[in-house]
Design a protein around this ligand. Structure first.
Ligand SMILES: [Mn+2]
Length: 497
């Protein structure tokens, strides 16, 4: 090594010559890169050990020199480049080349070819900024093309199906509609209008209520026309579509034998038994939101994007992917980016910071007042509530209190006992503990993730009981002591409020 005092070796020859790209090893990939780069030959220097290749490159007026790319002295003969491609088919030579260059030039950009999967990590660990494993690059590209092809075909198929219909299409959202299902319904309605030329009317329908104030703000500010689903409306519809739900009875209370014509969802259809086959079915679990699938359809069909629809879809993707952080694919990000210039940013901001409803404020107040903290676990009984969406919000808020690592907030509505848990103690998987603690309660559904979980117990016959709060204590107290036992809270000690 030509090195003094540990300083990087300086180029000795060609010192005053400038090059931008240095290519170490030039096989077929190298030739293709040279073509793609479309740069003047002065900017590129190629080093290879094969004399025939060097001659050929020189014939094509490239700057090429013979050399061993793994030789530590090689770099001392070459001026500092901006980008280095390490492309030989010898994995040891490539690794040595990456190490030598990184040592000599800490800031140069290195793009290296991995000869096998194992060397991918090795090259990255030794200083390659980008590692290409050609087989994987081709595979990814093939899958990508396939996905786009399918999306394009499906969009066309949906469009022609809608074009063949006349009458009314009822588009059914979640029972308690969320931004993903609402915006997907809006987009499907846009496609139907375009396809049918006015011959097919659309109605957006929901069964439950729009509880969460952010969702209410969403519907109000975007002036989305939605109707409560009634038996009469159902008979008035010639066709039915489900968005963000993979079958009747899932995310809605429709009887399982309801004939549904269109199903578009990002939940998996695996294991779903159908009594009626839909005319059009898209279930794409790799998508982060149904709104993302519909956005892609709008793109594939070259439909103009209305500000309200774009804003709604963007918000739908954002909400279902927890602000683009969970269950998000590069296709989802691409779709969101497509929507962004068409969205109303000011409106988005208002929706994201809606004012709290009086009841939500009351529930949050009760949750704070009634809290009990035991060894970092906060329990709060908010009693009878009309709107159960306030309970998870209270659990979120109480988790921010000092000394609280897990919060459990519970209450009772006219039909259910509801409990929400939030957790930031990494040693605890609150979803699993909830499942275990509540598994013996008849009819209860419990579960969730490590950081958030929920429990819901239908009241059924007990819904007639007048004193709801007493009923709540009767049901929940034994369950909570079971929970405490599971997480190791001893009830006798450690009480603090
Ligand atoms: Mn969804």
């Amino acid at each position: 090594m030509v090195e003094t005092d540990g300083a990087p070796a300086a180029p000795q020859k060609n010192k005053n010559k400038q090059i931008k790209y240095l290519m170490l090893g030039c096989g077929s990939i190298g030739y293709n890169i040279l073509e793609e780069l479309d740069e003047t030959n002065d900017n590129i220097l190629i080093v290879d050990s094969d004399q025939k290749r060097i001659d050929d490159l020189r014939d094509h007026r490239h700057q090429a020199m013979i050399g061993d790319i793994s030789d530590p002295l090689l770099i001392t003969k070459i001026p500092e480049p901006e980008v280095v491609f390490v492309l030989s088919s010898n994995k040891d030579a490539n690794l040595a080349a990456v190490q030598n260059i990184r040592k000599a030039y800490p800031n140069v950009n290195i793009i290296a070819r991995a000869v096998d999967l194992f060397s991918t990590d090795l090259l990255a660990d030794n200083g390659a900024d980008v590692v290409l494993y050609p087989q994987q690059v081709v595979a990814k590209s093939a899958v990508n093309h396939m996905a786009n092809l399918i999306a394009s075909r499906n969009a066309q198929k949906l469009h022609s199906l809608l074009a063949s219909w006349t009458g009314t299409l009822g588009i059914i959202t979640h029972k308690n509609p969320d931004p993903d299902s609402i915006s997907s319904a809006m987009a499907l309605s846009v496609i139907a209008n375009d396809a049918s030329n006015g011959k097919l009317a659309t109605r957006i329908l929901y069964e439950g209520n729009i509880g969460h104030q952010e969702n209410r703000a969403f519907v109000n500010l975007l002036e989305i026309k939605m109707e409560h689903l009634t038996k009469d409306i159902l008979t008035e519809c010639n066709y039915l579509a489900l968005v963000d739900s993979v079958a009747p009875g899932m995310n809605n209370d429709l009887p399982s034998d309801t004939k549904i014509n269109i199903i578009i969802d990002h939940h998996s259809a695996d294991g779903v038994v159908r009594e009626n086959k839909p005319d059009f079915l898209e279930s794409r679990p790799e998508a982060g939101a149904t709104a993302s699938i519909l956005t892609q359809y709008l793109q594939e069909l070259y439909l103009p994007l209305d500000t309200k629809v774009a804003t709604a879809l963007f918000y739908g993707i954002r909400a279902d992917t927890h602000e683009f952080q969970r269950n998000i694919s590069s296709q989802d990000l691409y779709n969101a980016a497509y929507l962004l210039p068409h969205t109303d940013r000011a409106l988005l901001e208002i929706i994201m910071a809606p004012s709290l409803s009086q009841e939500t404020i009351d529930v949050l107040g009760a949750a704070i007042q009634n809290r009990e903290v035991k060894q970092g676990y906060l329990f709060s009984n908010v009693g009878y509530v009309r709107n159960r969406d306030a309970i998870p919000q209270a659990a979120d808020m109480l988790l921010t209190l000092e000394g609280v690592t897990t919060s459990l907030v519970y209450g009772i509505t006219d039909t259910h006992i509801t409990l929400s848990a939030r957790n930031k103690d990494i040693r605890l998987h609150v979803g699993d503990v909830m499942k275990e603690a509540f598994s013996k309660v008849p009819g209860a559904s419990a579960g969730g993730h490590a950081t958030m979980a929920a429990l819901s117990i239908p009241l059924n016959a007990f819904s007639l009981v007048k004193d709801k709060e007493e009923l709540l204590s009767m049901v929940i107290d034994p369950i909570l002591s079971n929970f405490m036992k599971l997480v190791g809270i001893s009830e006798a000690e450690g009480d603090e409020t």
